[in-house]
Ligand binder design. Sequence first.
Ligand SMILES: NC(=O)c1ccc[n+]([C@@H]2O[C@H](COP(=O)([O-])OP(=O)(O)OC[C@H]3O[C@@H](n4cnc5c(N)ncnc54)[C@H](O)[C@@H]3O)[C@@H](O)[C@H]2O)c1
Ligand SMILES: O=C(O)C(=O)C[C@]1(C(=O)O)C=C[C@@H](O)C=C1
Length: 290
Amino acid sequence: MEKDFGGFKGILIIGLGIIGGSLALALRKEGYKGKIYGFDLNKNRIEKALELKAIDEGYDFYEMIPWENIDFVVLSTPVKTFESIALKIKPFLKDDTVISDVGSVKGDLVLRLYEILKPHVFVGVHPIAGTEKEGIENAKYDLFKNARLILTPVGEDREKIEKVEKFWKDIGSKTEIMDPHLHDFVFASVSHLPHAIAFALVDSLIVLSKETGIDLFKYPGGGFKDFTRIAASSPTVWKDIFLENKENVLHTIDVFEKSLERLKEAIKKEDEKEILNILSESREKRMSLD
Ligand SMILES: NC(=O)c1ccc[n+]([C@@H]2O[C@H](COP(=O)([O-])OP(=O)(O)OC[C@H]3O[C@@H](n4cnc5c(N)ncnc54)[C@H](O)[C@@H]3O)[C@@H](O)[C@H]2O)c1
Ligand SMILES: O=C(O)C(=O)C[C@]1(C(=O)O)C=C[C@@H](O)C=C1
């Protein structure tokens, strides 16, 4: 099928971070012919986006944006900013402009955004791709290529939902539709919990270093570094994800605590059979990935 990026002629990306920036670069790389507008509260990000030729025009005041040219808006800021941004931009939107996002949490948030923005159509999107880096200075044009991308539409506007799906397919993502609440349980388990544990693991070493007076951070090998790469992720982005997906994150932490407790008990009792059971089952699962 011919590439038309959903037929959108003018795209506004709000938030020129690693994800918003990578989206702009991917559009260029994949041959998008329309105009790309960028918005960010941080002027340095706008300058960098212009320097990289990722965007055609950049703004830090909504009033200045040529809204008549924009038929697709993508929210790419931390998830807790989405609702206030939606309220701010709504008065400027053309009737047929579609609004979407790239946020890591969906659930009730997409229902609230849908209500705030109607009669405009909002379609929730989550690309399952990223790194621990932040800002457009770390953006990659191929971040979304062959990556899974979840759409969590609410409402019945098939035509606009399909336009958003085609937009991402033309960038090279593998799209999948999911219920927004199911999405939040799944990604609490496979993404939010691992980030919480990685941050907490680094914190454990801070505590142990203070307790002992030994700078444990001088000694990590590959194991600790591999395990905690994601603890270098943006605190602002992850604070918002944990709070916006609070119930699921708390539940998955409870389950993790029980798993850790099971291993702890087996070690305490020197129960070799139980230790081997836990490690073998986990190793088998981990090896079946990819
Ligand atoms: N980083 C990842 O791995 C990843 C992956 C998938 C989805 N996401 C989601 O993508 C979104 C963006 O994350 P990121 O990693 O690109 O973050 P980032 O920190 O790299 O970029 C966020 C940008 O938003 C700007 N910003 C913050 N508040 C703003 C506001 N109120 N108005 C305008 N601009 C504002 C910041 O100045 C920054 O340039 C988040 O919702 C996140 O959950 C992130
Ligand atoms: O690879 C990483 O650094 C990521 O954290 C990417 C990752 C993930 O957990 O897999 C992080 C958040 C997203 O919403 C999607 C992807």
